[in-house]
Design a protein around this ligand. Structure first.
Ligand SMILES: Cc1cc2nc3c(=O)[nH]c(=O)nc-3n(C[C@H](O)[C@H](O)[C@H](O)COP(=O)(O)OP(=O)(O)OC[C@H]3O[C@@H](n4cnc5c(N)ncnc54)[C@H](O)[C@@H]3O)c2cc1C
Ligand code: SF4
Length: 543
């Protein structure tokens, strides 16, 4: 029998960018807060920085299987940890552009307007940049929105080879800028810097706790400073129960894991089936679901009851729909000379964000990725690398990797009601068909030609060989959003503008689910800013 109290002022389910930030914001209210997180603390171990373990063996991804639109099972690239997916994210923390909040005409459709505007989010972006240690430089990104304050920290410097590449891109007439990054880096006194500028940043957990993630920057300080928080890990929420009227959540049903063994991948992380589970119910005046866009929708759909036959808070039939995840294209450019930069992820380019004179539609954003290491290149890479290997046949993967620069092209995918999360029996189905692909094809073409002109050493630009195709596949759900969009009309949106469900008075969703459209920039700073915004509303409501 549990020794935990049963009733709280507020229950927050999930500790990622949304839930973790909300916990931080509400901790100071003194309210009794229960935080339920299905994962554990991500173990600190040497494998954190091992490319083979992280990329090829997917050590920190869940063992869950979901199903694609053809009913084919896949293992999603998502992890369940205290801190959620921010434990492995690339920490590129950008604000949406002002125009992203308006209706935007794309080549193949319209990205709908948000009912709140950039000015409503601006103060919270400023707070989120402080909370998550963002390093950047204002005034260099031609599309950047106005900001009331400077970045809290100076931009992460380019190492000489990346500076040379930046200069070459600039000499072609473009405006490369320092990618804003959330990390604890002190470049003035490197001896005092928690971050060591290593080559295993993007997609890896940080072994030394220097990445600004939701565990390190939000959950940990909140727990250290306040005693009104109870965090239960290994606590997977199965279902939300309502009163007879269906207007309030009366119980949160949780499966609590005890004595979790090693995972199927070997030693920890602890994702394997636990030796013992107990199911418990908790209640609260307010319940916040922050499980990530896909799992939050899944939880609402699984919580169907007599009053909510199509899923909880789903009178609009919008729960799970309009799932978005960006069209993401991973490229590597290969030169004949080694790239000596240890920490490469410092360049971003937005010159094509809103299109070009002969393609006046949004194309998206270009960023460079963390280092491409030989152990990230799987078995299928040689055919993709064949042109390069033919050129210099004595090169093995190691030598190829040393000459590579990784690029990440990110293009908006448009909300489509048929791109959706469905629950069939107990299985999660993710129907997703790429759209707006002409903009992506255009960006790939343009960026490839820029790279070839920028550096005459760049002999080849090829799809990154983690993936057999250039577009990242359905299982890459890192940028998941939509599924519970916010708006003032209960017929077309799931959440109101405070992210409270239209149908259930004490139920909120505070993660990437609320996005009505996903823009071409990375989503997480907006998820964090929104959590701070909703936090203000909840603090007021609980007074
Ligand atoms: C490899 C990678 C790189 C990325 N790089 C960037 C980047 O550079 N910039 C950027 O902006 N974004 C990046 N992202 C995306 C970023 O991680 C997400 O946008 C962000 O974490 C989403 O926040 P969230 O709160 O919506 O969900 P999550 O962070 O996924 O948090 C959801 C939480 O809910 C928990 N949970 C789920 N179901 C349940 C349940 N039933 N019961 C209890 N708990 C549950 C999960 O364990 C998790 O802790 C990246 C993602 C990945 C995977
Ligand atoms: S670059 Fe810095 S923050 Fe990133 S993993 Fe290495 S030490 Fe950690």
């Amino acid at each position: 029998m549990s020794t935990f109290e049963r009733h709280y002022d507020i229950i927050i389910i999930g500790t990622g960018a949304g839930g973790g930030t909300l916990v931080y914001r509400l901790a100071a209210t003194g309210k009794k807060i229960l935080v339920l997180e299905r994962g554990d603390f991500l173990p600190r171990e040497k494998a954190n920085w091992n490319a083979l373990e992280v990329y090829q063996k997917e050590r920190y991804h869940t063992d869950d299987h979901w199903y694609d639109k053809d009913g084919k099972a896949f293992r999603p690239q998502t992890g369940y940890w205290v801190g959620g997916n921010t434990k492995v994210y690339g920490a590129a923390l950008l604000r949406l552009r002002e125009r992203d909040f308006e209706a935007v005409i794309h080549k193949t459709g319209i990205s709908p307007a948000w009912e709140l505007k950039y000015r409503d989010f601006e103060p919270y972006y400023t707070q989120a940049e402080k909370l998550y240690d963002v390093h950047g430089k204002r005034g260099a990104d031609p599309t950047e929105p106005p900001a009331t304050e400077d970045y809290p920290y100076a931009p992460v410097s380019h190492e000489p080879d990346m500076q040379a590449l930046t200069d070459s891109i600039r000499n072609l007439g473009y405006y490369p800028f320092h990618l804003p990054l959330g990390l604890k880096l002190n470049e003035v006194d490197r001896a005092l810097s928690p971050c060591i500028r290593c080559d295993t940043f993007d997609g890896y957990p940080c072994l030394v706790g220097a990445k600004a993630d939701a565990e390190v920057n939000a959950i940990r300080p909140a727990r250290e400073a306040y005693s009104n928080l109870t965090l239960l890990t290994g606590a997977k929420v199965l279902k939300l129960h309502t009163s007879e009227s269906g207007r309030e959540i009366t119980a949160v049903e949780v499966e609590i894991a005890h004595d979790r063994p090693a995972s199927s991948h070997g030693t920890p992380p602890m994702t394997g089936a636990p030796a013992r589970v107990e199911v418990q119910q908790f209640s609260a005046d307010i319940v916040v679901v922050a499980c990530g866009a896909i799992n939050s929708a899944a939880l609402l759909l699984k919580s169907a009851n007599d009053k909510h036959p199509d899923g909880l808070a789903n009178r609009s039939d919008q729960v799970g729909r309009n799932f978005m995840k960006h069209q993401a294209i991973a490229l590597v450019s290969l030169g004949t000379k080694p790239n000596r930069a240890v920490f490469q992820k410092t360049i971003a380019v937005n010159d094509f964000y809103w299109g070009e004179p002969d393609f006046p539609y949004p194309m998206g954003m270009v960023q460079n990725t963390g280092n491409v290491l030989a152990d990230m290149l799987p078995a299928e890479s040689p055919p993709l690398l064949a042109p390069y290997v033919k050129l210099v046949p004595e090169f093995g993967l190691q030598l190829v990797a040393e000459r590579a620069v990784g690029w990440w092209l990110q293009v908006e995918d448009l909300p489509d009601p048929n791109n959706r999360v469905r629950i069939v029996g107990n299985q999660l189905h993710l129907d997703y068909t790429l759209n707006n692909t002409e903009a992506a094809a255009r960006l790939i073409h343009r960026w490839t030609s820029v790279l070839k002109s920028a550096n005459e050493e760049t002999k080849h630009v090829i799809p990154f060989s983690i993936y057999p195709r250039s577009h990242v596949p359905v299982q890459a759900v890192g940028h998941q959003c939509g599924t519970c969009r916010f708006g003032s009309d209960p017929n077309t949106s799931v959440l109101d503008l405070n992210c409270r469900t239209h149908d259930v008075d004490n139920l909120y969703v505070v993660d990437g689910g609320f996005f009505p459209s996903n823009s071409g920039v990375n989503p997480t700073l907006t998820i964090m800013a929104n959590a701070l915004r909703v936090g203000d509303h909840l603090a007021e409501r609980m007074k």
